[in-house]
Design a protein around this ligand. Structure first.
Ligand SMILES: Cc1cc2nc3c(=O)[nH]c(=O)nc-3n(C[C@H](O)[C@H](O)[C@H](O)COP(=O)(O)OP(=O)(O)OC[C@H]3O[C@@H](n4cnc5c(N)ncnc54)[C@H](O)[C@@H]3O)c2cc1C
Length: 412
């Protein structure tokens, strides 16, 4: 291999994990990490949680500090947007005209917030939350007594609602769907989350469309499709994210809902890989179903996995999807793909935790989700059962005294 080196576009969780792994796996050639933000790679999950909490320090939680980047001899090109990939010449072009040559390239471009396209909605009237700068702006609006409207009852919207309530804001959540957490979370968990929010004083309006937004002298007015008007001090939208595929599409790589990669995380060009929120990969454990995840662990593990394959490991990526969310004192976790299931079994444990086990047609464990204090260990055990493609008895799973550990032992 020549000394053009490894180039990574995107300095988020995925890009940082890949860069670090390349060094840890012994790559001694150049590594260039290109990021359009001005901060070294930092964690996004705290942006809707701790970064908004009262009394917390508004400092980014760095994944790779600048000093570490230096120590690892990773060239960090900040505030630089990659605008073109010349696949014939193996060159990435930046917005300022600079050209960076690669042997292998990783696209770790992540996703961007889906924009509201309503009359009156723009970046001034409606906030979004993806970057540390977004979190700082939101934080400055969360003064006690202020009225905040959250558009979208997905994870980010609900985490913001919880943080804002804890800071003493009045919070209304507007959701066009008829329930909260529509994607990837069973109804029972969504109900438990909603009940906790209502107890904290969050006002929900579900199944409502929005007509327009008007802003005048610091106050905003939202007109709902049913004619109702809401006045508030600030609006934040958490209505999903769109994978950043434009660079990949422009240079002729296969894209769909994400950059399409194979199970090695290689794109349709074998010298270019993609991982994290921006890519869609076929999952061996789920019959090769192509999935795109927006989850922290996938970003971290996918980045590391792509890095190893860029160095020649040639291993399939089969990490089981895992997601968590913290709202108030509650944690919820989802392991696996609930959507791949046809049967759901519920179990309440003595410590008030609530679990759902999601089985496929053959009663193989496809996913498990839980909410409550003691869920982490059980979800970890459920992950091991998914990896083993365990066939489980729904009656056994529902028993309150069930020990997943015992089920695992029986299988080994
Ligand atoms: C507020 C918030 C809370 C979250 N909470 C949780 C949680 O509780 N649990 C969980 O599992 N997951 C959570 N996530 C999801 C998790 O943070 C993401 O899945 C993860 O950050 C994705 O990492 P990534 O590197 O793929 O993408 P990103 O983090 O989006 O990083 C991509 C980077 O690439 C840069 N980039 C894009 N295009 C270019 C270009 N052309 N040139 C240069 N740079 C470019 C972007 O500016 C960005 O810095 C949360 C996400 C957010 C936003």
């Amino acid at each position: 291999m020549s000394t053009r080196g490894m180039v990574i576009i995107g300095g988020g969780e995925t890009g940082a994990s890949a860069a670090r792994t390349l060094r840890e796996e012994g790559w001694q050639g150049p590594i260039t990490l290109i990021g359009q933000e001005n901060l070294a790679p930092y964690e996004r999950p705290p942006l809707s949680k701790g970064a908004l909490a009262l009394g917390s320090e508004a400092a980014p939680a760095f994944i790779l500090k600048e000093q570490t980047l230096e120590e690892l001899s990773i060239t960090w090109v900040r505030e630089a947007r990659a605008v073109k990939i010349d696949r014939d010449r193996h060159i990435v072009q930046l917005a300022d005209g600079q050209e960076i040559a690669y042997d292998k390239l990783l696209l770790a471009t992540g996703a961007s917030p889906r924009k509201l396209t309503l009359e009156g909605s723009n970046t001034t009237s409606v906030m979004e939350l993806r970057t540390f700068a977004d979190a700082e702006r939101l934080r400055s609006k969360l003064e006690a007594g202020r009225q905040l409207v959250v558009i979208g009852a997905g994870f980010i919207g609900l985490e913001v609602a919880a943080s804002a309530r804890e800071r003493g804001c009045q919070v209304t959540v507007l959701e066009v769907g008829h329930r909260i957490l529509m994607r990837g979370v069973p109804l029972g968990i969504a109900q438990a989350v909603e009940a906790r929010h209502r107890e904290a004083g969050v006002n929900f309006q579900l199944g409502v469309g929005i007509e327009r937004i008007e802003s005048a002298s610091g106050e905003q007015r939202i007109t709902l499709a049913n004619g109702q008007e809401l006045r508030c001090d600030a609006i934040i939208a958490g209505i999903g994210a769109i994978p950043e595929t434009s660079l990949a599409a422009a240079c002729g790589l296969d894209v769909g809902n994400g950059i399409l990669v194979n199970d090695r995380l290689a794109t349709s060009d074998p010298t270019i890989y993609a991982a994290g929120d921006c890519c869609a990969f076929p999952h061996g454990v789920y019959g090769g179903t192509r999935i795109r995840l927006e989850a922290w662990r996938n970003a971290q593990e996918g980045g590391a996995h792509a890095a190893r394959n860029m160095l020649g490991a040639d291993q399939p990526y089969e990490a089981i999807p895992w997601f968590w969310s913290d709202q108030y004192e509650q944690t919820l976790q989802v392991i696996g793909l609930p959507d791949a299931s046809t049967l759901t079994v519920q179990r309440h444990t003595e410590d008030e935790s609530l679990f759902f086990f999601h089985l496929d047609d053959e009663h193989r464990l496809a996913a498990a989700s839980g909410i409550g204090a003691g869920i982490a260990k059980e979800i970890k055990l459920a992950e091991m059962l998914i990896v083993k493609r365990a066939v489980l008895d729904p009656v056994v799973l529902a028993a309150p005294g069930l020990k997943l550990k015992a089920l695992l032992k029986e299988l080994s």
